[in-house]
Design a protein around this ligand. Structure first.
Ligand code: PLP
Length: 339
């Protein structure tokens, strides 16, 4: 992958990436990236000298930030010859990356096989199948590790049949953010970003975006956050202390590291929906909570964070319990209101 970091290699990749390849041109895939940057105003009330903005990543066609990485890994594999027309894209993910592979595979005409624990949500399985992906259900007791082991077995048995992107150690993952998310934030913030905040999953978003932003301005402080305990409900994020650290992670990139509790993330996701008109997912609630912690700590600045996906992807888990509480509260206190 070094070649992408030297001038010659970079210009070659960038040009072909921009052109999307023959089958991607003019397709839905040309709408990956260039997501809006929105200002958070009400949740930050009382904090005057710091502005907080968020990248609205659910505007991507597959509904999440992972479209960027999945597309970059697939394009890079097409360019390097690792992915050819006769191959099947295979991976183990029930999350946003799986949906991104399924969408991109459908748009480009590749077969996609995804292994996931059988207890993955019905909506997730339905979305993957709707895009035409083949879903292999694995033992729920062995979680995503079990799904990953199954994929490795399948690939080992017939290596020439499959392309296995392996997002945790594939440099095209972070390079997607180095090439797109970083420059977009730099331009959209009119070069005035002072702090970048992002959560760690595969770590591609944080590593790639931070590396690029620091090239634009080495004074930009990059702050990562992760769940505060191994048993957490922040889907898409990893508690690095107790997980296998992704191969693409580089601990020298973060200037500061924060931890966020599941409760704070859920509460903040609800507030973003109610107070900002932003119906976002749980990791976005965590991103906002981390940004708010930071905003309270610094004198002044412009913080940019990433809202990875929409609350629609979580539905009842995120909002139902609160909805019940809310209606009880409204019945007692605000029963005259009829809006
Ligand atoms: C909802 C959500 N938030 C955050 C992330 C983390 O992004 P990354 O994998 O680039 O670290 C993911 C990754 O899957 C995700 O699905």
């Amino acid at each position: 992958m070094r070649r992408y970091l030297d001038r010659t290699g970079e210009s070659r990749f960038d040009q072909e990436f921009a052109e999307l390849g023959e089958s991607g041109r003019d397709s839905i895939l040309s709408h990956i990236g260039n997501t809006p940057l929105v200002r958070i105003r009400r949740v930050t009330e009382g904090i005057d000298r710091v502005a907080v903005f968020a990248k609205a990543e659910w505007f991507n066609p597959g509904g999440s930030v992972k479209d960027r990485a999945a597309f970059a890994m697939i394009r890079e594999a097409e360019l390097s010859g690792a992915l050819t027309r006769d191959k099947t894209i295979i991976d183990a993910t029930s999350g946003n990356t799986g949906i991104a592979y399924a969408m991109i595979g459908s748009a480009l005409g590749y077969r996609v096989v995804l292994a996931l624990p059988s207890n993955a949500s019905t909506e997730r399985k339905a979305a993957l199948r709707a895009y035409g992906a083949e879903v292999i259900l694995t033992d729920p007791l062995s979680g995503t590790d079990g799904a990953q082991q199954r994929v490795k077995k399948i690939v080992a048995a017939e290596p020439s049949k499959y392309f296995y992107p392996d997002q945790y150690s594939n440099p095209a993952n972070w390079l997607a953010h180095y090439r797109t998310t970083g420059p977009e934030i730099w331009e959209q913030s009119e070069h005035s970003i002072t702090h970048f905040v992002a959560g760690l999953g595969t770590t591609g978003t944080f590593i790639g975006t931070s590396r690029r932003l620091k090239e634009f301005n080495p004074d930009i402080r990059c702050v990562s956050f992760q769940p505060d305990s191994p048993l957490h409900g922040l889907e898409g994020l990893k508690h690095l202390g107790t997980s296998i650290v992704p191969g693409i992670y580089d601990e020298s990139v973060a200037d500061e590291e924060l931890t966020i509790s599941t409760e704070d993330a859920y509460e903040m996701a609800r507030r973003l929906a109610r107070e900002e008109g932003l119906f976002v997912g749980i990791s976005s609630g965590a991103a906002m909570a981390a940004s708010l912690k930071l905003a309270r700590d610094i004198e002044s600045g412009l913080i940019v964070t990433v809202f990875a996906d929409s609350g629609a992807r979580y539905g009842s888990e995120l909002f139902e319990v609160d909805g019940r509480e809310q209606s009880t509260r409204n019945a007692g206190l605000e029963d005259q209101r009829n809006d």
